[in-house]
Design a protein around this ligand. Structure first.
Ligand SMILES: NC(=O)c1ccc[n+]([C@@H]2O[C@H](COP(=O)([O-])OP(=O)(O)OC[C@H]3O[C@@H](n4cnc5c(N)ncnc54)[C@H](OP(=O)(O)O)[C@@H]3O)[C@@H](O)[C@H]2O)c1
Length: 263
């Protein structure tokens, strides 16, 4: 009998990364990381959207119970690094990630796509919040295409002289503008279909968050084509963490964390 031990065919798991998700970038990142040997990938979703597009690899759903809950979860799962790839407007979870990582000494990377910038022919009106966006509308138009998502629509509820086309993934709750149509849809949206939609509903002003990214940019092209003003809600302050804008840079960051724990 030989005394040579059998070698495992797969390398041992050496690191667990937690991806805070809910964005297309988070799904792309999870798919790319899932192929790395020696890495366990857990994606976390808030659970707000029914029937979400699921990332590759392990997925957990629902809030952690604040920063302390996130730190406790990371400890229990043996997480070695966190990538916060949540939406640029998901301010609370990003702050919790900073706090949890500071508490537990875990490395944190923020992955956030770049914001949109105005181009020639755009007529953008900046707003720092949904309330400010609402206050600008009566001077800009009467038929509003509201694409800020299902949360925070109460900011527009008192504008009963305006008509709203409200587009979101799931039905909105809470106070809504009286004169409205709700359109349930999930992107991506192309320039031509956005232009046709705005024409069909006689839209004369668009409201959007500066989410950035190509998947929902078509509405900005369409507004420019039609000479429609855009109320652009600016992003909240960036989380205090090392940041990248490209998924490939986030993959490299995770790889460098893996190297640092094996050398
Ligand atoms: N805000 C937007 O415009 C927007 C647009 C598209 C997609 N999203 C996605 O939708 C999710 C919710 O957005 P939000 O603006 O409501 O977030 P938020 O205000 O920053 O977070 C509120 C709470 O939801 C929980 N949460 C948020 N993201 C989570 C995640 N990925 N995994 C586990 N728990 C999470 C946390 O609960 P606990 O405190 O209990 O941990 C957090 O405190 C985010 O994951 C985001 O990526 C948001």
């Amino acid at each position: 009998m030989s005394g040579v031990a059998l070698q495992p065919t797969q390398p041992a798991r050496i690191m667990t990364v937690l991806v805070l998700g809910g964005t297309s970038e988070a799904r792309t990142l999870a798919a790319e990381l899932a192929g790395l040997p020696g890495l366990r990938v857990i994606s976390s979703l808030a659970g707000r959207v029914s029937n979400p597009a699921l990332p590759a690899g392990e997925v957990r759903t629902g809030g952690f119970g604040g920063a302390a809950g996130l730190a406790a979860y990371a400890k229990a799962e043996g997480v070695g690094a966190i990538v916060d790839a949540t939406h640029p407007f998901a301010e609370t979870i990003s702050a919790h990630a900073v706090e949890a990582c500071a508490q537990s000494g875990l490395p944190l990377l923020r992955l956030a796509r770049p914001g949109w910038s105005p181009r020639d022919g755009d007529d953008w009106h900046g707003a720092g919040s949904l309330d400010e966006a609402a206050s600008l509308l009566p001077n800009l138009g009467t038929r509003v295409f509201l694409t800020t998502g299902r949360q925070g629509l109460a900011s527009f509820a008192a504008l009963d002289r305006l008509w709203f086309l409200i587009r979101c993934v799931d039905p909105p709750g809470g106070p809504l503008p009286a004169n409205r149509e709700v359109l349930l849809a999930r992107g991506p949206y192309e320039r031509e279909s956005e232009r046709a939609l705005m024409r069909r509903f006689g839209i004369d002003v668009l409201v959007t968050k500066n989410s950035g990214g190509p998947l929902t940019e078509g509405k900005l092209d369409a507004a420019r084509d039609l000479g429609i003003p855009v109320v652009m809600i600016s992003r909240p302050a960036a989380a205090a963490a090392e940041s990248v804008t490209a998924v490939s840079d986030a993959v490299r960051w995770v790889e460098s964390r893996m190297l640092s724990i094996t050398t």
